[in-house]
Design a protein around this ligand. Structure first.
Ligand code: FES
Length: 105
């Protein structure tokens, strides 16, 4: 199973992810605690912009509108990488907890 590199723009970090891992699970495995809540694609807490790369969803109808999907928003808790991925800023800023210090803005 190929490993892909996931690069976050905010905070500026990178981590590996296998195709069977969600972007959120892989971040947690790398010690990066991104914001999440439901972890099943419904609450939208984890929503970020997909700046580049390809993902596939574990569930048929993740909690994004067609317009949001076409605008490049993704839900990392249920999105699995199919290439190297760059994730942009979160939709809900001000919530980075991975380093114990607040904020990525
Ligand atoms: S954590 Fe709820 S949609 Fe991702």
């Amino acid at each position: 199973m190929p490993l892909h590199t996931i690069r976050l723009l905010a905070p500026a970090l990178s981590y590996p992810a296998a195709e069977h891992e969600s972007l959120l699970e892989a971040a947690q495995a790398a010690g990066i605690a991104l914001q999440s809540s439901c972890r099943n694609g419904t609450c939208r807490t984890c929503m970020r912009r997909l700046e580049s790369g390809a993902v596939e969803y574990r569930i048929p109808w993740p909690g994004l509108s067609p317009d949001e999907r076409s605008d490049g928003w993704v839900l990392p808790c249920v999105a699995e990488p199919r290439s190297d991925v760059v994730l942009g800023a979160p939709a809900q800023p001000g919530w980075w907890s991975g380093s114990g210090s607040a904020g990525d803005e």
